[in-house]
Every structure is written in structure tokens, then in C-alpha cells.
Design a protein around this ligand. Structure first.
Ligand code: ADP
Ligand code: ZN
Length: 210
């Protein structure tokens, strides 16, 4: 199964992607996580991406398209994958189509801007492995500590309120047009994001007949 998770920043795409990834035994590919990794290890790509990311802007298309092209060529993607955070612009979607990859479903997770701003303030991520948590909705067993790898949980710079507003603006301008793009291809399924993660997962699984 080849899936794309679409939705505003903070809609819960990443969380659903991680759950689906386990249920379906296919890897999740998060461009956000790949870029943050590159940033941490100080590669040339990481250095280029840093300022865009911290301002809540999109990293240039050619950079992320290059990342995805390389990643999808790896062996573990043979039986399918879940794209989390890619494509985010029409040129990115066109590049994916041009790679000759047949996507099965594009899951559009709908959550209001108001709810997103509330949620973002409580989001925490693992410094070490990138797993995400929430102070209210997805607590770790021990506060501030990652369940998966015992890493430290921190707030991302781009989760601060002003940056969140900029990211939502960018989403509406550049990413939301992808709904119509995939609707036209007959691949779009819409899921109304719920406050409860498991409720959202039930709806997500139903939407793809899994
Ligand atoms: P969220 O889904 O919560 O916005 P991500 O971790 O997916 O967070 O992305 C964080 C940042 O990484 C984005 O704001 C952007 O700067 C950069 N980024 C990730 N994916 C892409 C992409 N496909 N195109 C451009 N920039 C991207
Ligand atoms: Zn971790």
C-alpha cells in the first residue's frame, strides 16, 4: 500500500502515519524528520534547510524532491510506504507522479486552525528518535522521556505560536491545493480528525478499507 498523509501542520498526520506504519508493516517517510536529522548532523542539505524551517517556511522543492527520490529507491519501500509531510506543493506532487510511483490513497486529515493552534503548544518531540507526543492527548509513560528510546522530549522551535501561524498560512496557500489535485485523480479520502488518537485511527483505517 502506498499512502500519502495530507493535512495541516499539527493535524496529527505524523501520529497516524506511525500507527498505520506498524499495522501495515510499511515504513513511514517523514520529510520533516529527515530534514531535522540532516540539520543535527550538519550536512550541507541541513545547513540549507535550517533557516526556512525555523521561520515556518517550506524548504525549496528541489531539496525535498531529491530527498524523496533517494529514499523511495531503497529496498524497504518495495512493498509500500507512507509519506508524511510530502508532497507539500503542486510541483512536489508532479515530481512524485513523474517518478512513476502509483499512490493508492491520499488521506486528508481535517482539523480546524483553532484546534491546531491549541494542540501545537502541547506538542513535544523526542530529541533522539523524532517520535512525537502531546502533553494532553498523547502522554509518554514518564513525563519528558521518550517511550521508545528514553530520549529527552522537547518543544520544537517551529512549534512556537508565531511560527505556527506562519506555517498555517503556508499550508493554506501552498499545500491545500493538493486536495483538488488528488481529488481529480480519484485518490483523495477525507478523515475528520478527532481529539482522541484511536478514534482518528479507526476512521483512517476505514477510509482505506484496511
Ligand atoms: P508538520 O507536519 O508538523 O508541519 P514537519 O515535521 O512535517 O512538520 O515539517 C517541518 C518543517 O520541515 C516544515 O515547516 C518545512 O520547513 C520542512 N518541510 C518538511 N517537509 C517539507 C516538504 N515536503 N517541502 C518543503 N518543506 C518541508
Ligand atoms: Zn525517542
Amino acid at each position: 500500500m502506498k499512502l500519502i498523509m495530507l493535512g495541516a501542520p499539527g493535524a496529527g498526520k505524523g501520529t497516524q502515519a506511525e500507527i498505520l506504519s506498524e499495522r501495515l508493516s510499511i515504513p513511514t517517510i517523514s520529510t520533516g524528520n529527515i530534514i531535522r536529522e540532516a540539520l543535527k548532523s550538519g550536512t550541507e542539505m541541513g545547513v540549507r534547510a535550517k533557516s526556512y524551517m525555523e521561520q515556518g517556511k517550506l524548504v525549496p522543492d528541489e531539496v525535498v524532491i531529491g530527498i524523496i527520490r533517494e529514499r523511495l529507491a531503497k529496498d524497504d519501500c518495495k512493498n509500500g510506504f507512507i509519506l508524511d509531510g510530502f508532497p507539500r506543493t503542486i510541483p512536489q506532487a508532479e515530481a512524485l507522479d513523474n517518478m512513476g510511483i502509483a499512490i493508492d490513497f491520499v488521506i486528508d486529515l481535517e482539523v480546524s486552525d483553532e484546534t491546531i493552534v491549541q494542540r501545537m503548544s502541547g506538542r513535544r518531540v523526542c530529541e533522539a528518535c523524532g517520535a512525537s507526543y502531546h502533553l494532553l492527548f498523547k502522554k509518554s509513560a514518564v513525563e519528558g522521556v521518550c517511550d521508545k528510546c528514553s530520549g529527552t522530549l522537547v518543544q520544537r522551535k517551529d512549534d512556537h505560536p508565531d511560527t505556527v501561524k506562519e506555517r498555517l498560512k503556508v499550508y493554506h496557500e501552498q499545500t491545500e491545493p493538493l486536495k483538488a489535485y488528488y481529488e481529480k485523480q480519484g485518490k483523495l479520502v477525507v478523515v475528520q480528525g478527532q481529539n482522541d488518537v484511536e478514534d482518528t485511527t479507526r476512521l483512517t483505517l476505514a477510509s482505506i478499507g484496511a
